[in-house]
Write a new protein. Structure first.
Length: 336
């Protein structure tokens, strides 16, 4: 029992170091980018988005390096589900979210296409260097597209205005570099502790690395997105809130899901394709339908938020208490 509490405390401490490290890394990176004259929107979309996804990237990479590929895969898919189901659902329940930015309306279909690509590559239950390279190439193209979009988006676009107001302050170059290296050290340390503690907890509870990755680790590494989205919602910066989620999910699929594959090609558990990917695609389709808007701005109201949050809770329940549909259908047939 003492060992269980030690592992739990280590996991919480690791998450705290991860969140702080990510915050300092983003602060330093964004400051240096602005020193180089990069536009605020490009910094917000690309650099800050990449930085807030750094916890997921490092946790999954370290997990794959140590052979815990289930944890790495679960972290990527589980974070996407948590971002839409938990964070977006809770945010919309707290205060309805309206999407005005034209840039975001282009990103939502792109996110759905990216998720479908990853699902297609995973159908054979094998992730190898080719699959990882395809997704990594997609990451490079996505980053280039973000830079292009940042330059093309009008300065009066709601997203551009919200990003400009929320960027970290510019600090001196020496201080910026210090925060980058300090933040990176925190990310590395926190990631290592999280992976170790998560694996130990999985052994304690007798569940797979995949389940721990889909639940506890995915929730913990999504804390930066949760904090950023809730803060944006409370300041009525709806476009920035949903932009954080869309960007994070893109990075999760193109980087968090692909980099561990390049480190350690592996076989997938069949549940990933039969259970987890369909849930992730379902949440992404729900975001597409609720948030896109055709003639009017997309809007995710409290009812939509409740549906997303209920779906997230149902998914978490099914992970630990799976429902055997075959047995249920057989029982119904017997009664009929």
């Amino acid at each position: 029992m003492i060992g269980l509490w030690i592992d739990a405390a280590a996991l919480v401490g690791g998450f705290a170091v991860l969140v702080f490290g990510a915050d300092r890394f983003v602060l330093g990176s964004a400051s240096i980018a602005r020193h180089l004259g990069i536009s605020a929107l490009v910094v917000g979309l690309a650099i800050v988005g990449f930085g807030t996804s750094a916890p997921e990237m490092l946790v999954s990479s370290i997990a794959a390096w140590h052979g815990n590929t289930g944890l790495a895969v679960g972290n990527a898919i589980g974070s996407n589900i948590a971002n839409i189901g938990l964070i977006m659902g809770f945010s919309a329940l707290l205060m309805p979210v309206t999407i005005h930015s034209r840039a975001l309306r282009r990103e939502i279909p792109l996110l759905l296409t990216t998720c479908l690509l990853a699902y297609g590559l995973s159908l054979d239950l094998r992730l190898d260097y080719v699959d990882g390279s395809v997704l990594l190439a997609g990451l490079i193209m996505f980053l280039l597209w973000l830079v292009w979009q940042g330059r093309q988006t009008p300065i009066d676009d709601p997203l551009a205005e919200e990003v400009e107001s929320e960027l970290p302050p510019i600090t001196s170059l020496p201080k910026s570099w210090f925060w980058i290296f300090f933040g990176l050290a925190g990310l590395l340390l926190g990631s290592r502790v999280v992976v170790w503690a998560a694996v130990e907890l999985a052994h304690h509870f007798g569940v797979s690395d995949l389940i721990i990755g889909l639940t506890i680790v995915a929730l913990g590494t999504s804390l930066p997105e949760l904090a950023a989205s809730l803060a944006s919602i409370l300041r009525k910066e709806d476009d920035l809130a949903i932009g954080n989620i869309i960007g994070s999910n893109m990075f999760n699929i193109l980087a968090v899901y692909s980099i561990p594959t390049l480190i350690h090609p592996h076989w997938l558990e069949k549940e990933v394709v039969e259970r987890d990917f369909p849930w992730m695609l379902g949440f992404t389709v729900a975001l597409f339908l609720l948030g896109l808007g055709w003639r009017n701005p997309g809007r995710i109201g409290r009812l939509g938020g409740l549906l997303l949050l209920t779906g997230f809770c149902a998914y978490q329940y099914l992970l630990y208490f799976p429902v055997d549909l075959g047995s249920i259908l057989h029982l119904l047939n017997q009664k009929s």
